[in-house]
Ligand binder design. Sequence first.
Ligand SMILES: NC(=O)c1ccc[n+]([C@@H]2O[C@H](COP(=O)([O-])OP(=O)(O)OC[C@H]3O[C@@H](n4cnc5c(N)ncnc54)[C@H](OP(=O)(O)O)[C@@H]3O)[C@@H](O)[C@H]2O)c1
Length: 344
Amino acid sequence: MSKGGETGLQPINLKAIPQRRLYTGATMPAIGLGTFGSDHVGPQEVATAVKGAAAIGYRHFDCASVYQNEQAVGASLEEIVRGGVKREELWITSKLWNDKHGEEDVIASCRKSLADLRVDYLDLYLVHWPFPNFHPPGCDVTSRSPNAKPYIHENYMRTWRKMEELVDLKLVRHIGTSNMTVPKLKLVLRDARIKPAVNEMELHPHFQQPELFQFVIENGIQAIGYCPLGSPGRPERDRTPEDTAPIEDPVIIQIAQRHGIHPAGVCVKWAVQRGQTPIPFSVNPRNYAANLHAASGDWLTDEEMQAIAGLDRNSRLIKGQVFLWRSGQSWEDLWDVSGEITPP
Ligand SMILES: NC(=O)c1ccc[n+]([C@@H]2O[C@H](COP(=O)([O-])OP(=O)(O)OC[C@H]3O[C@@H](n4cnc5c(N)ncnc54)[C@H](OP(=O)(O)O)[C@@H]3O)[C@@H](O)[C@H]2O)c1
């Protein structure tokens, strides 16, 4: 049991939080804390949340070099371990940023994240995006990197070979993909020596990605779901008029009222019960405690799960416009919506 910190919540039954079994036999807590502060939550605030979250029972932390806060988060992780939490109880993810896909950059980039996070190994290292295109932090969605490229499978596999080497070197326990599509994953599964253990993807009640979700589960890949609450705090530049908000959905609100919780808790429960691993971001102790609490019981009924299954609106929030490689393209081109990899 965890006391739920100074949050006024009931104690959290940590033993009731499900664990996901990866194809290696390793287990991963079925909820993690996101650490992307974007441009409005600074590194120190995120690092304080990591410490507070660990104190009430979080063991899974979703990090990335591009979040520009791994040094601060690493200081918290070191304190957490010094405070008595064993390293092997933690699940720490980091990600290779788009400007480090080059064969000579992958291992060095991972070593930098290891040093910043102050750990000897990562539980999971992801290729953050399938494109080597990048942009300055905080830029407008119309910004494009000058040498932007489409997905080139041979290049991705060159990067992947170095990711595999990280496993051989025991610097990381698992490797995975992020922001992939079914046709791209099919090629990676065909050609990988060490197959991805996880695919990290946007998943919330208004964006359920049923086909991709089914595909990864059937292939023994765990799905980590980002923006599990519909990212209500994302900056204005990442919003479009057609975006929808799952925590404002009347069905979600009604279920939340029935359970006496915030709609965010319903999104967490739905995700955990569906079989994905949500990684909600929060720097508010009351909110991150409520999210952990939601993953520990008082589960949704079959009827409630079915009602939420019917809410999918194919409403992608993280469209990735800045990663497009040609002028005149639409963001859908990044996501292979025709079922084929979008031609160059
Ligand atoms: N692989 C990728 O490409 C990728 C892309 C995007 C995100 N991610 C990862 O996914 C994580 C989560 O995504 P996200 O941060 O965009 O969206 P999110 O987790 O859906 O939403 C976070 C927002 O919800 C609020 N919130 C959290 N718990 C709440 C609660 N119980 N009640 C009310 N409000 C609550 C937070 O505010 P407070 O801080 O005030 O609580 C914050 O503004 C990121 O931090 C990052 O680690 C990965």
